[in-house]
Design a protein around this ligand. Structure first.
Ligand SMILES: Nc1ncnc2c1ncn2[C@@H]1O[C@H](COP(=O)(O)OP(=O)(O)OP(=O)(O)O)[C@@H](O)[C@H]1O
Length: 337
């Protein structure tokens, strides 16, 4: 478990003090995948780097597995850091060393005996699917393969936590997906707590259990990923979600609609039901679908539909009340009733 309490990080610059992290309190549970999203400059990297004390916090506490890192120095801090692996957007592999040597290098830091180290390198490369690349150099690898080496290196000393700093931002969508799947496998099989920072909501949707949204150094929203997708509170979170679940309908089509346009959202098992069909049949209204999707977040469905609804205003109101009664969230977005 990671406990972050009242954490702040200020940077002294020539032009004055810059706040990176502003009084953040956050608990990340053991074994979960936790995503932190925010635009550039929101403070994600600063927060992540404080979690293993790559950055010394200005104030506040970081506790990992019951150990308060902010009070550790020297050898004790070095030992504690071995239990926190980290991977980076630009991999940071040593170009003059082979894949196997890059991974072995991390084991040297923990002063492992040579034979044990060689066996562990094989084990790690096997785990990340690179057993056949042990003797090649980083320059001969694709971006996804380089990140796999980064992951093997980060896992070398059996960490309980893996910090991922924009780990997929330099990769194409397919490679991103394969790396995210590998991270999920590591999380589930080795019970490693994963914290990832990203500006891509897709990444969070794909693998995170819980998430936080950062802006101006602060956490402005946090919770289960499904709850945040189905009921975002802040405008920024809504903006991030719209980058994944968009309802872009060409303006001429919207202009041609004479009825009311409503957005209907169904959560969980309700998503599969024919609520809209029932509504149209029972309330003498006509419904035209403009957009529709069922997103699966943490394997739970979230149904989202945009539709034009036509009929007597009273019937439309009753139809909406009926849909809400069956668990839908309905929002009138054009031509109010
Ligand atoms: N070493 C530093 N010196 C001075 N200011 C810094 C330093 N590192 C970060 N900052 C400032 O702290 C704030 C937060 O930056 P940070 O890099 O943590 O944000 P971020 O959300 O990770 O953004 P990005 O994705 O662009 O890295 C920014 O205003 C940034 O300019």
């Amino acid at each position: 478990m990671i406990r972050i309490e009242n954490l702040s990080k200020d940077y002294k610059t020539k032009t004055g003090l810059v706040t990176g992290v502003d009084n953040v309190t956050l608990t990340i549970n053991e074994g979960e995948i936790f995503g932190i999203v925010g635009y550039s400059g929101a403070g994600k990297s600063s927060l992540l780097r404080c979690m293993n004390l790559l950055e010394q916090p200005t104030s506040g506490d970081i506790e990992v597995d019951g150990l308060n890192l902010t009070h550790l120095r020297g050898e004790k801090l070095r030992q504690a850091r071995l239990k926190i692996g980290m991977i980076f957007q630009h991999f940071y592999l040593i170009s003059q060393k082979t894949v196997g040597e890059n991974v072995a290098f991390a084991l040297k830091a923990a002063k492992r005996p040579k034979e044990e180290s060689a066996k562990r390198v094989d084990e790690l490369l096997d785990m990340v699917g690179l057993a056949d690349k042990k003797d090649v150099y980083p320059a001969q690898l694709s971006g996804g393969q380089k990140q796999r080496v980064g992951i093997a290196r980060a896992l070398a000393n059996n960490p309980s936590v893996l910090l991922c700093d924009e780990a997929t931002s330099a990769l194409d969508p397919n490679t991103t997906l394969s790396i995210l799947r590998l991270l999920k496998k590591i999380n589930r099989e080795l019970n490693i707590t994963i914290v990832l920072i990203t500006h891509e909501m897709n990444v969070v949707k794909e693998i995170c259990d819980r998430m936080a949204v950062m802006q101006d150094g602060k956490v402005i929203e946090e919770g289960e990923v499904y709850d945040i997708f189905s009921d975002p509170k802040t405008d920024l979170t809504k903006e991030f979600i719209s980058s994944v679940v968009s309802f872009d309908v060409p303006q001429p089509i919207l202009d041609a609609c004479t009825g009311s346009i409503i957005k209907v959202q169904f959560k969980g098992a309700v998503a599969g039901e024919g609520v809209i069909t029932d509504t149209v049949q029972h309330f003498d209204v006509k419904g035209n679908f403009l957009h529709g999707t069922i997103e699966y977040i943490q394997e739970k469905p979230l149904g989202l539909f945009l539709m034009e609804i036509e009929g007597q205003p009273d019937n439309i109101r009753r139809a909406i009340t009926y849909m809400e009664g069956r668990g839908a969230k309905v929002e009138v977005i054009q031509n109010g009733i």
